[in-house]
Design a protein around this ligand. Structure first.
Ligand code: LLP
Length: 415
C-alpha cells in the first residue's frame, strides 16, 4: 500500500495513522507529516540500484535539513552533500561519515572552508578564486584537502530555468575551457589532492538520457585528466536531480535503478566510485503539509479555499509555479473547482490553482502532497508566520521531531 492513502471512511492516512488524528492532537497548524517507511524505501532504492558498484549516496541536506531525518538517513548508511557551513555543522551533529560527505557551492567562505578541511570532507572546486581559497584554508588547517572539480557538461536538463544548473552559462562550476589551468594549479599545489570530478545538471529531471549524456561527457574529461597523470582521481559525482511524480498521473518517472543502469558499464570499466547527490528523490514523496481550512469564499468566477498554510510554509507553487497535488484529509461535500490560498498578504500566495475538490467544511484538513523536499527547508517568517511543527510517523505511532517555532523564538533575536 502507498504510504499516504485513504481509509474506508474517507480519511487520509500516513502508514497506519489518520492525518486528522495528528491534526487534532496538535496545538498548531499547519503541520509537516513524514513517513519513516517511505524514507527507508527511498534510501533502499538507491542502495539496491548501486549494488556491486563502489559508491557514495550523498543525501542533499538542502532538500530537508531536519536533524532527525538526516540522522535516520545516516543510520541507513547515507553520506551527505552540503552547501553551507551550517549544513556541515548539522552533518557533523548527525554523525555523518566525512569520507562520504561533499561540500559544494559557488560561494564558500574562508571560514567555512577551514572548517571543511578540518572535518576532512570532500570539497568541490567551483572557480579560480574558490581553488585559491581552498588551498589557503588547507594550509591554515595544516591538512591536505581532497577536492573535486565541478565541471559544466553543458547538457540541457529541460526543467524550469531557476533549477537548471549544468549549462555553460550557469553561475556554478568552472569554465571548462580553462580546465587545464585548474589541473596545472592543482599539480603545483601540495595542499590539494584531486579526488574527482563533479557535475549537477538541474532538478526535477524526468529523462535518464540526460544523465547518460552528461556522464559520457564527464568520462571524457576523466580520461584526459588521468592521461595527465592524476592517479588519485577516483570519484565521478553525477549530482542529484531525479524528478518525482508531483502530478500523480502515474507518469513513468525514472527510478534510481534506471539512472544507474545507463552508466553502470562505463563506471565499472573506468574503475570509478560513483557519487550520487539525491535530494528530492530521497525525501520529496515522504511528507505532506497538512493545513486547516479557515473558510471558503467566492469572488467573481473563482472559488477560494483559504487555509492556514501559505507561501510562508510552502513557497514552491508561488516561486516556481510548481504543481503539488492537493487533497482533503477527510470527506467533503459537492465537488467544485477551487484555488487553494493562504492568509499571506499578497496574490502570489497560493498552494494550488483550479483544483477540483470536494467542498470542505471550515476546520477540515487539507494536504499538500509530496512536501518532503524544498518545502519546510524554504519556509520563512513572512507576515511573522512561524516555521511549522514536524511529525514523523512510524507504523501506528507518531512523534514530534521538531517543535513549531514561536513568537518568542522570533523575539529572541532582539537585545
Ligand atoms: N547536488 C547539487 C549540487 C545541487 O545543487 C542540488 C540541488 C542537489 C544535489 C539535489 O538535487 P535534487 O536531487 O534535489 O534535485 N528549490 C528547488 C530545487 C533546487 C535544487 C537545487 N540544487 C525546488 O523546490 O524545486
Amino acid at each position: 500500500t502507498p504510504t499516504f492513502s485513504v481509509d474506508p471512511e474517507g480519511y487520509m492516512t500516513c502508514e497506519s495513522v489518520r492525518i486528522r488524528d495528528i491534526q487534532d492532537s496538535l496545538e498548531t497548524s499547519p503541520v509537516y507529516i513524514y513517513s519513516k517507511a517511505q524514507i527507508e524505501n527511498n534510501y533502499k532504492a538507491y542502495q539496491e540500484a548501486l549494488t556491486g558498484l563502489d559508491s557514495i549516496i550523498g543525501y542533499a541536506i538542502k532538500a530537508n535539513n531536519n536533524l532527525r531525518i538526516v540522522e535516520l538517513l545516516r543510520s541507513l548508511g547515507s553520506g551527505a552533500v552540503l552547501v553551507s557551513g551550517n549544513e556541515l555543522r548539522l552533518a557533523v551533529k548527525a554523525g555523518m561519515d566525512m569520507t562520504k560527505t561533499v561540500f559544494n557551492g559557488n560561494g564558500k567562505t574562508s571560514k567555512e572552508l577551514e572548517f571543511a578541511v578540518e572535518c576532512g570532507c570532500l570539497i568541490n572546486i567551483d572557480s579560480e578564486f574558490d581553488l585559491e581559497h581552498i588551498a589557503t584554508a588547507s594550509k591554515k588547517a595544516g591538512k591536505r584537502a581532497n577536492v573535486l572539480i565541478r565541471i559544466n557538461p553543458d547538457v540541457d536538463p529541460q526543467v524550469h530555468p531557476y533549477i537548471s544548473t549544468g549549462l555553460a552559462s550557469s553561475k556554478f562550476g568552472i569554465r571548462n575551457s580553462h580546465l587545464q589551468w585548474f589541473l596545472d594549479r592543482i599539480r603545483d599545489e601540495d595542499s590539494l589532492v584531486l579526488a574527482g570530478v563533479h557535475c549537477h545538471l538541474g532538478s526535477t529531471i524526468k529523462k535518464v538520457s540526460i544523465f547518460k549524456d552528461a556522464a559520457e561527457i564527464m568520462l571524457g574529461f576523466i580520461s584526459e585528466i588521468r592521461r595527465q597523470g592524476f592517479d588519485t582521481l577516483k570519484f565521478l559525482n553525477i549530482g542529484g536531480g531525479l524528478g518525482i511524480d508531483y502530478e500523480r498521473l502515474g507518469e513513468n518517472i525514472p527510478r534510481p535503478v534506471d539512472l544507474i543502469s545507463t552508466i553502470r558499464p562505463q563506471l565499472v570499466e573506468a574503475k570509478l566510485t560513483i557519487i550520487v547527490e539525491p535530494g528530492r528523490s530521497m525525501v520529496g514523496n515522504t511528507a505532506i503539509m497538512a493545513s486547516k481550512v479557515i473558510g471558503v469564499k467566492t469572488n467573481g468566477s473563482k472559488n477560494f479555499i483559504v487555509t492556514d498554510g501559505s507561501m510562508a510554509e510552502l513557497i514552491r507553487p508561488s516561486l516556481y509555479d510548481a504543481y503539488q497535488f492537493i487533497s482533503l484529509t477527510e470527506p467533503g461535500g459537492e465537488v467544485d473547482t477551487f484555488d487553494i490560498v493562504g492568509p499571506v498578504c499578497e496574490s502570489a500566495d497560493f498552494l494550488g490553482k483550479e483544483r477540483v475538490l470536494p467542498r470542505p467544511e471550515e476546520g477540515a484538513g487539507l494536504a499538500v502532497m509530496d512536501s518532503g523536499a524544498y518545502c519546510y527547508a524554504m519556509a520563512s517568517n513572512y507576515n511573522m508566520k512561524v516555521k511549522p511543527v514536524e511529525v514523523l510517523v512510524d507504523g501506528s505511532s507518531w512523534k514530534i521531531i521538531r517543535k513549531a517555532e514561536t513568537f518568542d523564538d522570533i523575539m529572541a533575536a532582539y537585545n
